[in-house]
Ligand binder design. Sequence first.
Ligand code: GDP
Ligand code: MG
Length: 187
Amino acid sequence: LMFGKARTCNIVTVPEHEPAECNVVVLGVMGVGKSALTVKFLTKRFISEYDPNLEDTYSTEEIVDQQPVHVRVMDTADQHGPVNCERYLGWASAFLIVYSIESQRSFEGCQQYLEAVTLYTKGLQPEAPVLLIGNKVDMERYRQVSKTDGSALASRYGCLFFEVSACLDFLSVQHIFHEAIREVRRE
Ligand code: GDP
Ligand code: MG
């Protein structure tokens, strides 16, 4: 259990365990913008060129709904779909599975991650939340994956769904990470 179950009353929420922590792993095929989303969340900036093979884990202190949380983000860099998943399956308290709305291939690739991750999370108590993210909505002109298809895939796997862009506003990128944290708190 990564997150203390919170006991809620009308005025304050009292966490029973400290410190609150949340480990978020970012998954998806190469080039969908995992690093761009991670860096945007951490720095508010869009970095357009990022080493495609670099996998790293970053830490940040966040306040989500007035409550502090220590967030770690693992920006993965798989070259051949979901392999060596052991490195994050047990570690993660939430999964962000990313595709690019301008790449049908990336949408197919993300389904392998959905399969691998949900197969694992199904057995967990509490179940770790999975969020499906369609990135690069600024590339609307080149869209290959409809919002309907993204949303249908998400509901098939019982996960939340968001479309976003790493190069547009910071708040919508922050929102998906904060939603992941809220989902972990709800578990
Ligand atoms: P990763 O392999 O999933 O980590 O992908 P990167 O974050 O390295 O991004 C791959 C490429 O897509 C880079 O050229 C980024 O500049 C670009 N990119 C990432 N996110 C976006 C986005 O939201 N919109 C656009 N237009 N390009 C993006
Ligand atoms: Mg990357």
